[in-house]
Design a binder for this molecule. Structure first.
Ligand code: ATP
Length: 284
């Protein structure tokens, strides 16, 4: 038996950090949605009780450091599954990009193994398991569009944003999420996004308002460390993207574009100095 799952990338339409908690994590409030740029995960039963990971991408760990591997181990242990599985990750989402590629792979593995082994685990329980693997995994389990609070695990699903094009560009640098959060001084944040206004713009299907309200408090920190992220944002705005923001802790910057005619121009313009550029639709 074999099952397949799609693991889409997420973008943050807003990301606010409220305070640093006593457990060391940051209390966040963010609006997340998914885009049609996805890894494809194939899961095949193995006669031996083992977990094997492979991938065509040469740059991700294939051992216990891989989040899909950790997801398979977790589900096996909690549900006492004695079967093995071969997992192939067909990676398309750039790694360490702020697009939650690893988290989405882990979530897709949880969904896929739930089907493969007929475990009938309800979605909320899969989300709880996901929270043990990483803060973005619970959102990736169900996808859609949601406000995430807590560490990212408290989810409030909301309706989809107005449909549009999303141009994503990742400069060739690796950003450490831990370093960015470490350098963030919560008390000195001057401009915060308004979660409420982002949600309202989505509810009203007002693309123009949504573009105005995009905001990410980590953007300044990453831009300070890597000025090329700021240049990329300015460049996208100049080329005519209507709303531009860095996703997660970066370095990927995305631009929202309502008219298809503009997409090719922005895409081609960015390709001039950035290898990782994608033009996709929102997953609504
Ligand atoms: P987030 O936005 O959740 O911080 P990200 O998009 O910045 O995630 P990922 O692509 O998830 O980052 O990769 C972060 C790290 O996780 C990388 O250093 C990578 O080696 C490791 N990793 C573990 N499993 C995977 C996986 N299945 N795919 C990609 N990276 C993985």
């Amino acid at each position: 038996m074999k099952v397949y799952e799609k693991a889409p990338a997420k973008i943050n339409l807003s990301l606010d950090v409220l305070y640093k908690r006593e457990d060391g994590f940051h209390e966040v409030e963010m609006v997340m949605t998914m885009v049609d740029l996805a890894d494809r995960i194939e899961m095949q039963e193995l006669p031996r009780d083992t977990v094997i990971i492979s991938s065509q991408a040469g740059y991700i760990p294939l051992d216990e450091k891989n989040l899909a591997f950790q997801a398979a181990k977790l589900i096996k242990e909690r549900y006492d599954v004695r079967q093995g599985v071969y997992i192939h990750l067909d990676k398309h989402i750039p790694v360490a990009a702020g697009l939650a590629g690893g988290s989405s792979d882990a979530a897709a593995t949880l969904r896929g193994l739930n089907r493969l082994w007929r475990l009938n685990i309800p979605a909320d329980e899969l989300q709880r398991l996901g929270a043990e693997l990483g803060s973005d995994v619970p959102f990736c389990v169900t996808g859609g569009t949601a406000v995430a609070r807590g560490r990212g695990e408290k989810l409030e699903p909301i309706e989809s944003p107005p449909q549009c094009w999303v141009v994503l560009a990742k400069p060739p640098i690796n950003v450490s999420t831990a370093e960015v959060y470490g350098k963030l001084n919560v008390r000195s944040i001057r401009r915060r996004p308004s979660t409420e206004r982002v949600v309202e713009a989505i509810r009203l299907k007002r693309f123009d308002l949504l573009c105005q309200e995009l905001g990410n408090v980590l953007e300044g920190v990453t831009m300070e460390l890597y000025p090329e992220v700021r240049q990329l944002k300015e460049c996208m705005l100049r080329m005519g993207a209507e709303g531009v923001l860095m996703s997660g802790s970066g370095p990927t910057v995305f631009g929202l574009v309502s008219k298809e005619a503009k997409v090719a121009r922005i895409y081609n313009g960015l390709r001039g100095f950035c290898k990782d550029v994608y033009a996709v639709r929102l997953l609504t």
